[in-house]
Design a protein around this ligand. Structure first.
Ligand SMILES: [Ca+2]
Length: 277
């Protein structure tokens, strides 16, 4: 055997090993989903059910894995697939938002998750919609409408039932047109309601007091039979919570028109509420 042939032997042994570099389908992926069950409320702006999907590669080599997602009717899923590169033994996660149409009756429905040979069923519990009687907040979870919404905020943040300024980042709304007014935020109701009180919570925390960052000048309006009626004009506000009572009127929409904020920047609203009495 000459020198070249001796060198060739170990090379030939290496080749089969390098040919088995990770491919797409690995049976060693385990699926996770939390929480189980996840709860949803059948209103468009009520905080939706959010599942955190996870895949963990329990094999010996990195893989690219696909998680296929399907849901029982009437569940509406924000995604049908989650694909990711998976290093060994590292949980990789992605959110799955689950909603149901307005009027869906309470019950439990399943989301099915499949990746390779692993399968997981994540139950979704549909809760009853909150009551909308005379003493209840008629705007809670209803479809919000705004002139604009900043990319860091949620359109639904002003009607999600959370009026805590400390959770402003997660549960508030502000517009996307810094220093430009007016801005509008409101709710289109699905049926006529009688409204006699509107409450508004603007940003008001120890760090960001209303007098520095809150809504300053604004009008409260109600649409009745297609016509907007201004029921209140507030100017120079420095309060965090503003409550305005008036003779109840039939309403099919409620809106706040913001003309200025105390920092002259954004229109920051934590919660808008409306009651019959
Ligand atoms: Ca809120």
């Amino acid at each position: 055997m000459n020198r070249a042939a001796l060198l060739a032997v170990p090379l030939a042994l290496i080749v089969p090993a390098t040919a088995t570099v990770a491919t797409g389908k690995d049976p060693s992926v385990t699926i996770s989903a939390t929480p189980r069950p996840v709860e949803v409320v059948p209103l468009p702006c009520f905080p939706s059910g959010r599942l955190t999907l996870g895949m963990t590669n329990t094999g010996r080599k990195p893989v690219i894995a696909d998680l296929r997602i399907s849901g029982e009717s009437p569940l509406i899923l924000s995604r049908r697939q989650f694909s990711s590169y998976l290093p060994v033994d590292q949980l990789v996660t992605a959110p799955l938002d689950v909603t149901v149409p307005r009027g869906t009756a309470p019950g439990t429905f399943n989301v099915d998750l499949t990746s390779g040979r692993d399968r997981l069923t994540a139950p979704v519990t549909v809760k009853p919609a909150p009551p909308k009687g005379p003493g209840d907040n008629l705007l809670l979870g209803e479809q919000a409408v705004a002139s604009s919404t900043h990319g860091n905020m949620k359109l639904c943040g002003g009607v999600d039932g959370n009026s805590d300024s400390a959770q402003w980042g997660a549960s508030g709304w502000h517009d996307a047109t810094k220093g430009v007014f007016p801005d509008t935020y409101g709710v289109d109701l699905t049926g006529p309601a009688t409204i006699g009180r509107i409450e508004l919570q603007t940003l008001d925390s120890a760090r960001y007091p209303a007098a520095a960052m809150g809504l300053r000048d604004f009008d409260l309006r109600i649409r009745t039979a297609g016509n907007w009626i201004t029921i209140n004009e507030t100017r120079g506000n420095i309060q965090g919570r503003v409550s305005v009572s008036f003779t109840p009127v039939p309403a099919d929409a409620v809106q706040v028109v913001i003309h200025d904020a105390n920092d002259h920047g954004y229109s920051r609203l934590i919660e808008l509420e409306a009651y019959t009495n």
